[in-house]
Design a protein around this ligand. Structure first.
Ligand code: SAH
Ligand code: SF4
Ligand code: F3S
Length: 429
């Protein structure tokens, strides 16, 4: 008998990408086989994101489109997972009665029961999540995601994540280290430790100690981690990054705004000055570190002076890159109820300015890399040019290059020939 096939459509952050790998692992154990084509699957899972309204709309329009496929093939099962599922299972089943089951990010372990049809909704809080190790079907790019903690306790006033992913829970360090050792044996060279706020990881080890322990694992050459919260970035952590030769010279440290007043309203619990001092310490301790950030434009009550402070922060700090978003009110969060909301136009205009200011900075930084020599890890064929291979520097910059006889996971040295906004072009030396 032919095995049943499944496919997963993933929206959202790295956490969701990795959750999809876990869903695939669970389904393979259930005797399903992976398919990259939803049209030819017996089960389609949408792993959704609710961080901003746009992400939600994108999912609901895809969900609408799948209806015709279900009509043609009534045996097809459709499931909705992820952050929208966690918050709105009833709404999903009401808007799309052809959905077979809905489950949240804390209940991937129940997927085996869900496909058997024993229930249709699994969105309960799961305090055991950090103790359960699920099978993972990883996509082979030489790099692997490893969850170190679940949930978030920060309740930044704009953010939906604490409501969709639940309370912060750290995995036991022995489980994490066992998983990373296994990955090294499988041939992975790079791991990225994942959590909404990895700096507050705490089991028998804290995050700095965990990094030092991962650094000792033979076979792993590069270690990264996302995401850091500026308030929890300690001196001990900066020292651990500095001392651990495998931990890459790179950090993603979301600033959100350059204005202390707005940071207060966002419940970020640091000032711009605190942030600035951490950046100085990172740069003083870790030579060549590349720093990226997130910015939200148009937060409720943001005045043009606040926006100007964000622009001057970008000019002062000179990030390697940023992700910038227009504020999007999320139901159930405090910011959604705040007064002095800005018009869409003002938000959009400020966002464009933020992006334009940063673009010039990124271009200038990347230009400065031309003719330098860098180590990159080969990840596969380039997404923008199928004739080229693609990989990343330790500083997390994408380099495309032409070469033959290389495999995914190889560490090679390239010279940068040309720089662009989003990637670099190199030649193997
Ligand atoms: N835990 C991570 C990632 C959170 S989501 C962190 O703390 O950085 C990624 C980014 O989305 C956030 O950093 C923020 O910049 C943005 N974001 C979150 N909620 C948002 C909202 N309601 N509107 C606009 N941007 C938002
Ligand atoms: Fe959201 Fe803040 Fe938690 Fe990040 S730290 S996930 S922005 S609440
Ligand atoms: Fe989106 Fe949930 Fe991640 S809301 S950004 S998928 S934690």
């Amino acid at each position: 008998m032919n095995k049943k096939k499944f496919s997963i459509v993933t929206f959202g952050c790295q956490m969701n990408v990795h959750d999809s790998e876990k869903m695939a692992g669970v389904l393979q154990e259930q005797g399903y086989s992976f398919s990259c084509d939803p049209k030819d699957s017996d089960l389609i899972i949408f792993n959704t994101c609710s961080i901003r309204e746009k992400a939600e709309q994108k999912f609901f329009s895809e969900l609408g489109r799948i209806k015709t496929l279900k009509k043609k093939r009534p045996g097809l099962k459709i499931a909705v997972a992820g952050c929208i599922a966690q918050q709105g299972s009833d709404e999903i089943l009401r808007r799309a009665p052809y959905v077979d089951f809905v489950f949240g990010p804390q209940n991937i372990a129940l997927l085996g029961d869900l496909v058997k049809g024993s229930r249709t909704i699994a969105t309960e809080d799961n305090p055991e999540i950090a103790e359960i190790d699920l099978p993972v079907r990883r996509t082979g790019t030489g790099r692997a995601w490893v969850t170190i903690m679940y949930g978030c306790n920060n309740f930044c006033s704009y953010c939906i994540v604490p409501y969709t992913r639940g309370r912060e829970r750290s995995r036991p360090s022995s489980n994490i280290l066992r998983e990373v050792r296994g990955l090294a044996e499988e041939g992975f060279r790079e791991v990225t430790l994942l959590g909404q706020n990895v700096n507050s990881y705490r089991s028998d080890l804290d995050f700095a100690e965990l990094l030092r322990a991962v650094n000792l694992i033979k076979g792993i050459e590069r270690v990264r981690f996302v995401t850091s919260h500026p308030r929890d970035l300690s001196d001990e952590l900066i020292e651990a990054i500095r001392d651990s030769e495998k931990v890459c010279e790179q950090i993603h440290l979301p600033l959100q705004s350059g204005s202390d007043r707005i940071l207060g309203l966002m419940n970020r619990r640091y000032s711009y000055d605190d942030y600035r001092r951490k950046i100085d310490s990172l740069r003083n301790n870790i030579g060549g570190i590349s720093i990226t950030t997130d910015i939200i434009s148009g937060f409720p009550g943001e005045m043009s002076e606040d926006h100007d402070l964000t622009i001057s922060a970008l000019r002062e700090i000179c990030f390697d890159g940023i992700f910038a978003f227009k504020f999007s009110p999320r139901r159930g969060t405090r910011a959604a109820l705040m007064e002095n909301g800005l018009s869409d136009d003002v938000g959009s205009r400020r966002l464009s300015e933020v992006l334009a200011v940063q673009e010039a900075i990124t271009e200038r930084i990347n230009k400065g890399l031309e003719s330098s020599i860098m180590e990159i890890l080969v990840e596969g064929v380039s997404e923008t040019d199928r004739e080229m291979l693609s990989g990343r520097t330790r500083t997390n910059k994408i380099v495309n290059f032409k070469a033959e006889g290389l495999s995914i996971g190889d560490l090679i040295t390239v010279r940068i020939l040309k720089s662009g906004k989003h990637s670099l072009i190199g030649e193997v030396v």
